[in-house]
Design a protein around this ligand. Sequence first.
Ligand code: AMP
Length: 134
Amino acid sequence: METVFTKIMHNQIPSVRLHEDELCIAILDISPVNKGHVLVISREPYPTIADCPVETLGHLMSVVKRIDAVLREKLHADATNIVINNGPAAGQEVPHLHIHVIPRHDHDGKRFIPPKEKYGEGELERMGKLLRLD
Ligand code: AMP
């Protein structure tokens, strides 16, 4: 499937590349939450992590770790948000697996935690039973 990111990989759309290897590329997001916002993108256009081999996911995270270090060193980021919008209901706009690495600075005023809910009586325990990995 063709996506904006496959077009970037095939040089049909320009991008600023920070890294590339056989499994992924890392580029600057064109509309950054903060300047220096990076996308680590799987070369294969897996729509979500459900479609992606675990070895590839592990490799993407190894690149995320390197990007995190660069953002801290070169931009003096105090922290990063590392985000996968994993499907359209989660706000994914480009259906091609990518990991956002967003530099954060103390008091930068950006918010990432959505409003939270509360569990009813016994609901937390029931949810735990339902979701436990076998
Ligand atoms: P998501 O909502 O998780 O699918 O994020 C898609 C991201 O891709 C957004 O943050 C966009 O700003 C970014 N994006 C879309 N087109 C481009 C492009 N041509 N170059 C760089 N980033 C892009």
